[in-house]
Design a protein around this ligand. Structure first.
Ligand code: SF4
Length: 311
């Protein structure tokens, strides 16, 4: 079995920098991350091992503060909290500062760019539309400062848009660009009279990973996608593979791969989401190499699905 690694895969600079920032800060004083630094269990375990805590974005002190709209109460001891690479709204930042937290900003510059683009569109009189997953932390951060902003994920969501003459559209940074382009075409055909101004905020690392995946899809029979099950961009990579008709395994750890799943496979592709550590991808590659070696040793008789190859 041949193993092909995508030309672009795994942790992006935005996540890598935020992780390094959190680890440096944690060495000096207690640190609490607002939400999950990344939606990846291995990275979160690594941070927990260094004493880094996590808190709810709506309740950083974890003592049952009232919801945001009523304002936050100052905790007895100001706590250092960190905004993740996903960013946060101005409204939330102001509330955290007012509540006495020392706020450290780990927002990725490309997410900050998306915030700036939406702000400019609104200032120019466009109705704010964000293509992305409603409720995702980045999307919440992008939209919370604009009470009328609408989040659209699939074409049918466009029907909930109020009639406007001008729509200003941006995208969650990790959306596949083909999906974003489809949504724009649908929006324009649904409201042909309206002006639609689009600012492309899909980030370059996401585009690179999606492009590299297209190449893998053209070469491999089965694709292994490594990353957190809650990671939006990892899920998008896996969805792209499935849509292209490829057998796809979305895994978090190497021990999820079983020998029998690769019985007839000659070419396997390997990629990973933007929150996946390089060492996790390396461990998965090693596991695939063990499986490939096992195939050579047992050409006639396959192992049953429940029996994993010894590491
Ligand atoms: Fe930044 Fe893109 Fe990475 Fe998000 S996925 S942290 S926007 S580089």
């Amino acid at each position: 079995m041949k193993i092909l690694l995508a030309h672009h895969f795994g942790m992006c600079f935005g996540v890598r920098d935020a992780l390094a920032q959190a680890e440096n800060l944690a060495q000096r004083a207690p640190l609490t991350i607002l939400g999950e630094l990344v939606h990846n269990p291995i990275v979160r375990e690594r941070l927990r091992a260094q004493g880094v805590a996590e808190a709810s974005l709506d309740d950083p002190s974890g003592i049952g503060l009232p919801p945001m709209k009523h304002g936050l109460e100052a905790p007895a001891t100001p706590t250092r909290v960190m905004i993740t690479a996903h960013g946060a709204s101005e409204r939330k930042r102001a509330a955290w500062n007012a509540a006495g937290f020392e706020v450290v900003d780990g927002t990725c510059p490309l997410v900050r760019h998306a915030h700036g683009e939406l702000k400019q569109l609104v200032r120019a009189g466009y109705f704010p539309v964000v293509i992305g997953r409603a409720g995702h932390v980045e999307v919440r951060g992008l939209t919370e400062d604009f009470s009328d902003a609408v989040v659209v994920d699939v074409p049918s969501d466009l029907l909930k848009l109020p009639r406007r003459d001008r729509y200003g559209v941006i995208s969650q940074t990790t959306q596949p660009i083909q999906h974003v382009e489809l949504m724009l075409r649908e929006l324009r055909s649904l409201y042909p009279e309206a002006e639609v101004k689009f600012s492309d905020t899909v980030c370059k690392p996401t585009k690179n990973r999606q492009d590299a995946l297209e190449e893998l899809i053209s070469q491999a029979e089965l694709i292994v996608v490594v990353g957190g099950r809650e990671s939006n961009n990892t899920r998008q990579l896996a969805a792209t593979c499935r849509k292209a008709g490829r057998r796809t395994f979305h895994i978090e750890r190497p021990d999820e791969l079983r020998f029998a799943d690769f019985a007839e496979i000659e070419v396997v592709g390997l990629t990973a989401g933007t929150s996946t550590l390089r060492e996790t991808v390396e461990a998965v590659r090693t596991r695939l190499e063990e499986i490939a070696a096992g195939q050579l040793n047992q050409p006639a008789k396959r192992q049953p699905a429940s029996v994993p190859v010894a590491p």
